[in-house]
Design a binder for this molecule. Structure first.
Ligand code: AMP
Ligand code: TRP
Length: 332
């Protein structure tokens, strides 16, 4: 059976980008056809300036929202990264496999470190090594597929390179995984700035739809989405990024191709109205289920405890094999 692994960082509230780019695929497809593991990757939230209480709160919220979105603990394994030591155990071995040049080439590192430096902040070393920890997340479980949004494709590529290199140097240890991207909405853009990704930790929130936004807030954000000059509804990322983003969101919500959907609209207003309604329809059950689950924190804790136990059992033999292969003396 195909093994699937994916993760989400508790650095902010989950967005429509997370949902359409990744989580929906996990819920609708992955957990049904594969042995799937999903992880709240809390260690990754420590790579930038963070507030400890907020990370703790957001980790629980992310797990609760993933269950609300439809992950079923009877069908998949849901857990918190820091509850399973194998991730950091393996990460160090992969640091001894990767080169510093290859880490500095990662687009996310270049962008985030430039932003930190521009505001006078210092860059945590973990921001540079973070893709290696992500590789460890994936390789520890011998995952075949990694369903992610477009922004993570380069990190999965690095994971493949590290797996191949480790296997060549030390003997076959890791499965070489591949990224699986959704066919639409692999990169949902910010509604107020459709040339940049809808990211959950951005400071300006007017163009970001959060899964827990009140319905009227969602409607307002979509109705105020920046559109392009001109008035025809055309799908073209280069010249019409705003309208194209709305078409992608609409297509992801109701099905169909964004190019064909465009033909049914003669005004931006109608497109925005339909997109807002489609998004509200998609999010309504998630919000309702989230409220129910919040009333039962013991249930969420139990799911995460069982998930971590299973994850540990799966990861341990692979990580032990990597320790032996690289030349570390086994304990007596
Ligand atoms: P993150 O919020 O960075 O932890 O991302 C969790 C998952 O959501 C990853 O698979 C990302 O690629 C995906 N994702 C995040 N933002 C977006 C976006 N704006 N559009 C599509 N996918 C996204
Ligand atoms: N780096 C991913 C992101 O920012 C989150 C992540 C961490 C992840 N480990 C992973 C995704 C393993 C897939 C598989 O979105």
């Amino acid at each position: 059976m195909t093994r699937i692994f994916s993760g989400i960082k508790p650095t902010g509230h989950l967005t429509l980008g997370n949902h359409l780019g990744a989580v929906r695929q996990w819920v609708d497809v992955d957990q049904h056809k594969s042995d799937a593991l999903f992880c709240v990757v809390d260690l990754h939230a420590l790579t930038v300036d963070h507030d400890p209480a907020r990370v703790r709160r957001l980790s629980r919220q992310a797990a609760t929202l993933l269950l609300a979105a439809g992950l079923d603990p009877a069908r998949c394994t849901l857990f918190v990264q820091s509850h399973v030591d194998e991730h950091t155990r393996l990460s160090y071995l992969l640091e001894c496999t990767a080169s510093d040049g290859e880490m500095r080439r990662m687009i996310q590192y270049k962008e985030k470190s430039a932003r930190e430096r521009a505001t006078g902040g210092s860059v945590r070393l973990s921001l540079l090594t973070y893709p290696v920890l992500m590789a460890a997340d994936i390789l520890a479980y011998s995952a075949d597929e990694v369903p992610v949004g477009d922004d993570q494709a380069q990190h999965v590529e690095l994971t493949r390179d590290l797996a191949v290199r480790f296997n060549q140097r030390y003997g076959h240890t890791f499965t070489v995984p591949k990224a699986v991207l959704p066919s639409v909405a692999a990169r949902v853009m910010d509604l107020a700035d459709p040339t940049s990704k809808m990211g959950k930790s951005h400071a300006e929130t007017g163009g970001i739809v959060y899964l827990l936004d009140e319905p009227e807030v969602v409607r307002r954000k979509i109705m105020r989405a920046v559109t392009d000059s001109g008035s025809e509804v055309v799908y073209d990322r280069e010249t019409r990024p705003g309208v194209t983003n709305l078409l992608e969101i609409l297509a992801a919500c109701i099905g169909g191709s964004p190019v064909e959907l465009a033909e049914g609209y003669s005004s931006y207003g109608a497109l925005k109205r339909d997109t807002a309604e489609a998004v509200l329809e998609l999010l309504r059950p998630v919000r309702e289920r989230h409220a129910e689950l919040c009333a039962d924190p013991g249930y969420v804790d139990a799911v995460l405890r069982t998930g971590a136990e299973r994850a540990r059992t799966l990861a341990r033999p692979t990580v032990d094999a990597a320790y032996a292969a690289i030349g570390l003396m086994p304990p007596a």
